[in-house]
Ligand binder design. Structure first.
Ligand SMILES: [Zn+2]
Ligand SMILES: [Zn+2]
Ligand SMILES: [Zn+2]
Length: 136
């Protein structure tokens, strides 16, 4: 069973209340969350700096990854927990135009692209917009 504690332990991170609560939010909602979303839910428990630092630690440890959508806010999603040493962020993200939620479609990997000589790829993002399973 994946729990906040087991995720923290497998990333060699100390268990703190804020870390546990933030992972809880990701596990619970199963969608990409922005800093503001977490702040709305957790702001009477933790200040914004603590939330910000926790997200930064999670990014550094590859526990979450950035998700680009058209909202303008940086969103984050939990990384695949099946094999956290060997997972890819190069999967499709899906933004629903009805509920506004963005989810990872881990099973759909991005197509290989060949860049012209002299261009160096750092990361690649593909956002599919439409209507999600729940809203369909
Ligand atoms: Zn990752
Ligand atoms: Zn939806
Ligand atoms: Zn993702």
């Amino acid at each position: 069973m994946v729990t906040p504690d087991s995720i923290l332990l497998s990333h060699k991170l100390r268990v703190t209340d804020c870390r546990v609560d933030i992972i809880h939010q990701f596990l619970d909602k199963q969608v990409a969350l922005a800093h503001a979303d977490l702040e709305d839910t957790l702001n009477n428990k933790f200040d914004r700096v603590t939330i910000y630092r926790t997200l930064k630690t999670f990014l550094d440890k590859d526990l979450i990854h950035k998700v680009l959508d058209d909202s303008g806010a940086t969103k984050y999603a939990l990384c695949s927990q099946d094999d956290h040493h060997d997972h890819s962020h190069e999967h499709v993200h899906f933004k629903c135009e009805i509920c506004g939620e963005t989810t990872c479609l881990e099973s759909i990997s991005l197509p290989a692209i060949k860049l012209p000589t002299g261009f160096l790829k750092k990361e690649m993002n593909l956002l599919v917009q439409g209507i999600c399973e729940k809203c369909h």
